[in-house]
Ligand binder design. Structure first.
Ligand SMILES: [Zn+2]
Length: 387
């Protein structure tokens, strides 16, 4: 490990770069409720009721958050059976976070506020397969430009999303298909040094799924985000939380073998769904590509009984209707064979369009600050440590 500290959520950075208030689990729960409430705000009494904290503890936490500028009082409103209560709101512009999507041929960089809304966006060409030198230089230049553009509040850190496989906990890349020179590269530490910021690294699909999960009311719920661009992968949100697996190995959706003697895949094996999908796209057979994607989607539903599927990625965005129709068709066949006629798993386009991964990358930094009350699995999940 380098000079960067590794905290419980895998954020590396110089000591003291993170606000102590934001490292506190109860403060994170309070901030999470304030973020979810948005413009409407929440009273201290409601915060106590929903967190299970005492009113004194809530007062102490909110006083500290106000002193840090993260929370502000926003008038009063009538409360049930008592005097009007003071409403508290998150101050979205109090801090920023950088989100980076390192795609194979393009960098998308966003600066997001605490609500996860992009306040500045930049794009630049990238040659990911050529290795670290120009990638790091491009990122450094574009992040400096973003910060100059937006000015203002402190930046909490940077989330970097790139093709897998990789180790989220150490920020080290593994053997990325088609880009072998990244194998073993400590991207997180290298970026932290270049940017002078805490950095989190994750797979592009995980970042996207994490960002998409923020739009869903807290609580149980599962979806698969299928990303078809220059490759094919999935991000999985199971029972309300992002599931990475203990080695960040979950979601290698594109390399499930569906035709054991099929065409050679970039990963070295044969008949992977990614190989079939990309081959169909290359010969202009979009319905065929959509059908292959649908077969994989149906496999995922069979395995995990997820509630819904979201599609994204450049290739999907170029022909959204074809892919939605093709995948929905396979899911409808699946529903019929399972005796669930009329109830296929719903499929939709992921919101965020071409920015879904970059926005989600900023969420890699933001999400740990905002606690959610959750039940269920703990291993490999995003969220605060149990109290
Ligand atoms: Zn493969």
């Amino acid at each position: 490990m380098s000079s960067n500290d590794l905290s419980h959520d895998g954020v590396a950075g110089p000591p003291g770069a993170n606000l102590p208030a934001l490292r506190d689990h109860n403060a994170a729960l309070v901030l999470g409720l304030l973020r979810a409430a948005g413009e409407e705000g929440v009273s201290r009494r409601e915060l106590a009721g929903r967190t299970g904290l005492t009113p004194q503890a809530v007062s102490k936490i909110t006083a500290r958050l106000r002193a840090d500028g993260l929370v502000a009082e926003a008038g009063r409103r009538a409360s049930t059976g008592g005097k009007p209560a003071t409403v508290l709101r998150l101050v979205p512009g109090a801090r920023h976070a950088v989100g980076l999507h390192l795609d194979r041929d393009e960098l998308t960089a966003v600066l997001a506020d605490l609500a996860g809304e992009a306040v500045a966006v930049r794009r630049a060409p990238l040659a990911f397969e050529e290795g670290a030198g120009q990638v790091l230089a491009t990122v450094e230049r574009e992040v400096a430009a973003l910060r100059a553009q937006a000015g203002g509040p402190p930046v909490l850190g940077a989330g970097a999303a790139c093709p897998g496989p990789l180790d989220h906990t150490t920020g080290v890349l593994h053997r990325v298909t088609g880009a072998p020179r990244w194998d073993g590269f400590p991207l997180r530490d290298a970026l932290a040094e270049r940017l002078g910021l805490p950095v989190v690294v994750d797979k592009d699909t995980n970042a996207a799924a994490l960002g998409l999960a923020q739009g869903i009311p807290a609580g149980p719920g599962s979806f698969g985000y299928l990303h078809l661009g220059t490759g094919l992968g999935a991000g999985l949100v199971l029972d309300g939380g992002l599931y990475r697996g203990p080695r960040t190995g979950a979601g290698e959706f594109g390399h499930q073998t569906v035709q054991w003697d099929g065409p050679r895949c970039g990963c070295g094996r044969r008949g992977c769904i990614e190989a079939l999908c990309l081959a169909a796209v290359a010969r202009g057979d979009l319905p065929g590509a959509a059908r292959a994607l649908g077969v994989g989607a149906a496999n995922l539903v069979e395995l995990l009984d997820i509630d819904r599927l979201l599609l994204g990625g450049r290739t999907v965005l170029e022909h959204p209707e074809v892919f939605l129709k093709g995948v929905a068709g396979v899911l409808a066949e699946q529903a019929r064979t399972r005796g669930r006629a009329g109830e296929p798993v719903p499929v939709a386009l992921a919101r965020g369009g071409a920015r879904v991964v970059a926005d989600g990358a900023a969420e890699l930094v933001l999400a740990p600050l905002f606690g959610r009350r959750r039940t269920g699995l703990a291993a490999g999940r995003v969220g605060p440590a149990p109290a």
